[in-house]
Design a binder for this molecule. Structure first.
Ligand code: ADP
Ligand code: MG
Length: 232
């Protein structure tokens, strides 16, 4: 089996006045299937940049981005789009749901973009919404859902393409403490159930023990991932 996510010596530079700013500085990161990594570190340390590069949304200045055995650096835009749709699920802080669509439709439309038939998509959408605890809310629109429920729709949507890698940026930043814990636990559950490799950027160090490992970013550099101590 291929390694789901493998970043090798990745550097990302942005122009900064007369010089350059290294948003990512020689980053190595390898994640196995079913592994859930917390990514922590101060604001501006490069966490979102790492997710953007891993999501193949931003090309690194140098280094390799290998998704499920395939090197994404040097691919054409059309090939990158296909790789992203087939291999990568992205969950950001704000769910960005379409206001006029029901929960099921939010998921079906994402599959429609992959060229899949609608009938199969509706069935899978209902199954995934059941997994995230929304079986009673299939036909609700975003304004009829709580913030935590909207984030659950977002998570289910990210799973529609059966991704190998799940990239999650501060999923709990807009939620209260109880709902935050529930979302981190749900991500634990889907990581196990679907054997995805999950990277979660988080400020909530309290929930880090629910994940397998933790890496810290500082000034674009990443520490070696350390195993977390399981809570009893
Ligand atoms: P974090 O998510 O840890 O807060 P970011 O990855 O957003 O950090 O940012 C890392 C560094 O890269 C910061 O100094 C930020 O200002 C800079 N940066 C991020 N995106 C851009 C961009 N599009 N253009 C220029 N600089 C950027
Ligand atoms: Mg960020």
């Amino acid at each position: 089996m291929n390694t789901p996510l493998n970043l090798v010596n990745v550097t990302l530079e942005y122009p900064d006045g007369d010089g350059t700013l290294k948003a990512l500085d020689s980053v190595d990161l390898k994640l196995n299937a079913g592994e859930y990594l917390s990514l922590v570190g101060p604001s501006g340390s490069g966490k979102s940049s790492l997710l953007a590069v891993a999501a193949t949304l931003v090309q690194p200045t140098s280094g390799l981005v290998i998704i499920d055995g395939q090197d994404a650096t040097g691919l054409k835009d059309s090939e990158l789009t296909a790789l992203r749709r087939e291999k990568i699920g992205i969950i950001f802080q704000q769910p960005n749901l379409l206001p006029s669509l029901t929960a099921v439709e939010q998921l079906v439309i994402s599959d429609h973009l992959r060229g899949k038939p609608v009938r199969a998509a509706r069935k899978r959408a209902a199954e995934l919404l059941d997994v995230v605890g929304l079986s009673a809310s299939l036909n609700k629109r975003p304004h009829q859902l709580s913030g935590g429920q909207r984030q659950r729709v977002n998570i289910a949507r990210a799973l529609m393409g059966s991704p190998t890698v799940l990239l999650v940026d501060e999923p709990t930043a807009a939620l209260d403490h109880v709902r935050s814990g529930a979302i981190v636990r749900l991500l634990r559950q889907v990581t196990d159930e679907f054997s995805v490799a999950t990277v979660m950027v988080t400020h909530d160090t309290e929930f880090v023990p629910l994940t397998d490992s933790v890496a810290t970013m500082r000034d674009g550099r990443i520490s070696a991932a350390q195993p977390t101590v399981a809570v009893s």
